[in-house]
Design a protein around this ligand. Structure first.
Ligand code: SF4
Length: 212
């Protein structure tokens, strides 16, 4: 796919979903970081139902360092994988306090040193908390749609992200993940993509291949 075609697709999606944005609720970079860690294998909706009671009592990295692990496990239980997530959140809070003066670091390299923070989480934090996109978060929707549309034929999030970075100019990075998530939820669902109703079907490899 050429850059021109890829941009055309993203422009159509921007018109289709003008309000596409991150759906996790947060008020500080550290809350954002916690919310993204909780969102692994869990819906944003469920995370947003869980975090108000958590963040009303515990919000700063210092709060999370002091709180007992069992209390954290109990509060985040609805998000699943709560033991692992609680362990990572506590360890991340400890490292932020110890190594970064209590502030979430603002570079990819430093974010990736935090326990439980991989490239996807770091990309989301750089974009949503600091408005400094460094790449594209490739989650399950971004992966599936990138493959179907033809942005990338790779099978790992890291390789797909590299293809997206080659395809799109910097100014598009902030929109790609949100638009693919919205389109993946509304039309290009995992089990039954509604290609007949899809505004980008004439540019989509999956659809064009079905016709031939
Ligand atoms: S045409 Fe079908 S496969 Fe392609 S993006 Fe649209 S819904 Fe998904």
């Amino acid at each position: 796919m050429t850059q021109k075609e890829a941009i055309k697709i993203i422009e159509i999606l921007k018109n289709t979903y003008p309000d596409a944005k991150c759906s996790l609720d947060f008020t500080t970079p550290f809350e954002m970081l916690v919310a993204v860690i909780l969102s692994a294998q869990c819906t944003d909706e469920r995370v947003n139902k869980t975090t108000p009671s958590l963040f009303s009592k515990y919000s700063t990295p210092e709060d999370f360092v002091k709180m007992p692990l069992e209390t954290l496990e109990e509060l985040i239980h609805p998000c699943g994988f709560y033991k692992n997530k609680a362990k990572n959140i506590k360890a991340t809070a400890e490292k932020v306090v110890k190594d970064f003066d209590g502030k979430v670091p603002e570079t990819m390299e430093e974010l990736l040193t935090l326990p439980g923070v991989g490239r996807k989480t770091a990309n989301v934090v750089m974009l949503e908390a600091f408005n400094k996109p460094q790449g594209v978060a490739v989650d399950t929707h971004a992966k599936r749609l990138s493959n179907r549309i033809g942005f990338s034929n790779k099978d790992t999030p890291e390789k797909i992200e590299q293809d997206l970075l080659k395809l799109f100019p910097y100014e598009y990075l902030k929109d790609i993940n949100h638009l693919l998530i919205y389109h993946g939820r509304a039309i290009c669902t995992a089990r039954s993509p509604k290609c007949e109703n899809c505004p980008i079907r004439e540019h989509c490899s999956f659809y064009l291949n079905k016709l031939t």
